[in-house]
Unconditional design. Structure first.
Length: 134
């Protein structure tokens, strides 16, 4: 048997490319989300948004080169959503209790490549001050 290499658990910060990880950039990231009413001051994603919106933001940022390309979108989405108070579970896992804000990985993965022009426009408005101009 080959020894399995234990990888350190994925953290929210590890999702980002190095140039977006520095403290000032991360602070700006959260402030852009908060200023635009996407998260509250405790970094909890607002309830009234589309439940797949965090995944849309993640994939949009991935496309813009903010996020590192993960070889596993599922784990990246679980990590990304957890940061904002959303439990992501696989269809094979028991459904979380009703008082837990949750979404399935299957639903989140469906939005990849399906961001509408209006959503793209909104994300540009939210994140353009944060994006590093190339």
């Amino acid at each position: 048997k080959r020894a399995r290499i234990e990888r350190p658990p994925l953290t929210f910060e590890k999702l980002f490319r190095d140039e977006y990880k520095e403290a000032g950039k991360m602070k700006l990231f959260y402030s852009r989300l908060e200023t635009n009413g996407i998260i509250d001051k405790n970094h909890v994603w607002r309830e009234y948004t589309d439940k797949n919106e965090p995944a849309k933001v993640y994939f949009w940022l991935l496309d813009k080169g903010v996020m590192k390309t993960a070889n596993d979108d599922t784990n990246a989405l679980i990590c990304f959503c957890k940061e904002f108070g959303i439990t992501v579970y696989k269809d094979t896992e028991p459904t979380p209790p009703a008082d837990v804000r949750a979404v399935t990985t299957k639903n989140l993965l469906k939005v990849k490549g399906k961001i509408t022009p209006d959503e793209k426009k909104r994300f540009i408005g939210v994140f353009s001050p944060y994006l590093i101009k190339k």
